[in-house]
Design a protein around this ligand. Sequence first.
Ligand code: SF4
Ligand code: SF4
Length: 301
Amino acid sequence: KRTITRLPEWLKTPIPSSGANPNFGKIKADLRGLNLHTVCEEARCPNIGECWGGNDKSAATATIMLMGDTCTRGCRFCSVKTSRKPPPLDPHEPENTAEALARWGLGYVVLTSVDRDDLADGGARHFAETIRRIKQKKPTLLVEALTGDFMGDLDMVKIVAESGLDVYAHNVETVEGLTPYVRDRRATFRQSLKVLEHVKAVRGKEGIITKTSIMLGLGEQEEELWETLRELRKVDVDVVTFGQYMRPTKRHLKVEKYVTPDEFDLWKQRALDMGFLYCASGPLVRSSYKAGEAFIENVLR
Ligand code: SF4
Ligand code: SF4
């Protein structure tokens, strides 16, 4: 059956291709061999050429998905498979991930995962172990972890925060008023703020970068977005990204609005004026979009 999509012009992008980038083939072959998964490939992210390639090799970024492809939660914007009892963790994953990353020519990696509410520690130790091994093998590789909320268990947040990572990301995804409709009922806006706040409590305000992402186009009002940004600044969140919500299937939430590129630019400027260290904002921006380049330009220089 044909589906008719009426996307605005700015969302029609060419199919990603590897071009002349030698990183592509190497990474792909390794992924298969080591049973690793990238969000970049699995979500068919349109930014893959820019992220994996990068003009500057030291800024090349990829997003690795740890702990399997099956989530214990069911958010209404997300197409990841769900189950109450996903398969057990692969004990070799921390080592395999570190081994592969040490070989690839990347400068920055984002580690993310499904939510594993079935595990006693929510997977915090697995995350931390992976980060420690990466840093042992390749200390110069910048590591960002994008975690869930560990059901509000701040001791688990601490385990990850102390593992040696450079950027701790946790996404609020949307404004507070829409959270119950958009995210799984176990997630709350306040709980997410506490996660972000606790990372700074553990590592110190200047000791680590915290980051969050917001999807636009879910029906949020302008004032609600202002309020969200104010709340994030109150807990010293450093980085915010804005992207367009795209409906994965008809069973997911409808897109209420296609936000124009100009509006994305406006929100970026507003965020910077409010004191965020940097902000990626655009229709195709995803949490990890060119994260390496952004970090190098705004934090290291
Ligand atoms: Fe998707 Fe994350 Fe929600 Fe799981 S917790 S359903 S992976 S957005
Ligand atoms: Fe991968 Fe994220 Fe870049 Fe997409 S935006 S290619 S998921 S690193």
